[in-house]
Design a binder for this molecule. Structure first.
Ligand SMILES: *Cc1c(COP(=O)(O)O)cnc(C)c1O
Length: 371
């Protein structure tokens, strides 16, 4: 049996007719950049995420970058975030000239530990970027309370968390801005790069719309220094189709997670392996990540030989990345994140995964521990 980490072809096969219809329509229109499809997507995503506005952009990375630019964050500023994330979170902070400041993560959720934030706040701190990792929201009430008290901006990196909820509120709606990615492997993935920023702030919304087109307003007059952060109409049209299916796919991912929990329990593996903690209302399982105290790399290889795809998100925490050497991070600074980098493994959890495939995955993990 083959169990890939992700099977985008299986999903495409279920929506092929709808996708082909909208792409042909777009070819006929020959309107490829921004335009009505992007505007419609912005309306629908804003609504889906319980926000007033959304701005379609070229990637999740650019969503982060343009949010920081619109908020006026730059040289001399510090931004508090997590070391246990995809590079773009931290790369964007550094690219606007600000200094990333790390707090360690919580053991069970792998999200930023809000209890550690206060100690990192200085006169230069301007913002906090929590990352809703693997599809589950951070402890936002604790983060927002601190931010309010210290007058800090909060930008949610919700690239892995579209539709995820925390106490009834959707990811991307709880702070000044929410950054989403349409990278193909995300829960709502385009046929290429794309992203969107949600906000309910009129001033951030206006600033981002201008920054997205090189800071041009009106055309060819540049008050601000922006960039080309535009979203393709083709990607917007595809995302609009897929958005109609998102809740069904999310339910299938949640069902996969529930079945894994049963299967691991029945196999007697839940003592050897820590299953993902579910401590919010609506975990959308962009990833189903297990934690093993040892032999993670051996298990990964064993599963690969058995036809099962897995991945390590992420093997090197950000404070130990060579390009951030100037921040003087060293091993031992952020022990929970460093341990997670050595002990976690993402299993296939995509919506089209069958019961037989999940059983096979758990069966093989059991076989590895029995050998
Ligand atoms: C995917 C991802 C991004 C970047 O999105 P791209 O569309 O690939 O630029 C940023 N942050 C997190 C947490 C992500 O998972």
């Amino acid at each position: 049996m083959k169990v890939p980490l992700l099977d985008l072809k299986a999903q495409y096969d279920t929506i092929k007719d709808e996708i082909l219809a909208v792409t042909v329509e777009l070819y006929e229109s020959q309107r490829f950049i921004l335009g009505p499809k992007v505007e419609q997507l912005e309306k629908e995503v804003a609504q889906y995420c319980q926000c007033k506005f959304a701005v379609g952009v070229s990637s999740g990375t650019d969503a982060l970058l343009i949010s920081l630019m619109a908020a006026g964050i730059g040289p001399g500023d510090e931004v508090i975030t997590t070391p246990y994330t995809f590079f773009a979170t931290v790369g964007s902070i550094a690219r606007v000239g600000a200094v990333p400041v790390f707090v360690d993560i919580e053991e069970g959720s792998y999200n930023m530990d809000p209890r550690l934030i206060r100690d990192k706040i200085t006169k230069r701190t301007k913002a906090i970027i929590p990352v809703h990792l693997y599809g589950q929201c951070c402890d936002m009430d604790a983060i927002l309370e601190l931010a309010r008290a210290e007058d800090l901006l909060v930008i949610e990196d919700a690239a892995q968390a579209i539709g995820s909820e925390y106490r009834g509120r959707r990811a991307g709606s709880m702070s000044d801005a929410g950054c989403f990615s349409f990278f193909p492997s995300k829960n709502l993935g385009a046929f290429g790069d794309g992203g969107i920023v949600t906000t309910s702030s009129g001033s951030l919304y206006e600033a981002m719309k201008i920054l997205r087109v090189h800071g041009s307003s009106p055309k060819y007059y540049h008050r601000l220094l922006g960039g080309n952060f535009r979203l393709d109409a083709l990607q917007a049209a595809i995302i609009l189709v897929k958005l109609r299916h998102l809740d069904r796919w999310t339910a299938a991912r949640q069902n996969n997670a529930a079945r894994y929990r049963e299967l691991f329990g029945r196999a007697g593996l839940d003592h050897l392996i820590r299953l993902p903690l579910e401590n919010t209302d609506r975990h959308i399982y962009n990833q189903f990540v297990i934690c093993l105290k040892d032999k993670r790399d051996e298990l990964k290889q064993y599963l690969q030989d058995a036809g099962i795809g897995t991945e390590i998100y992420y093997p090197v925490p950000m404070h130990l990345q060579p390009c951030f050497k100037y921040l003087n991070g060293k091993g031992g600074d952020l022990p929970i994140a460093e341990a997670a980098a050595k002990e976690t493994l993402a299993l296939p959890v995509y919506p089209e995964l069958t019961y037989e495939q999940k059983s096979y995955v758990v069966h093989k993990i059991k076989a590895f521990y029995s050998s």
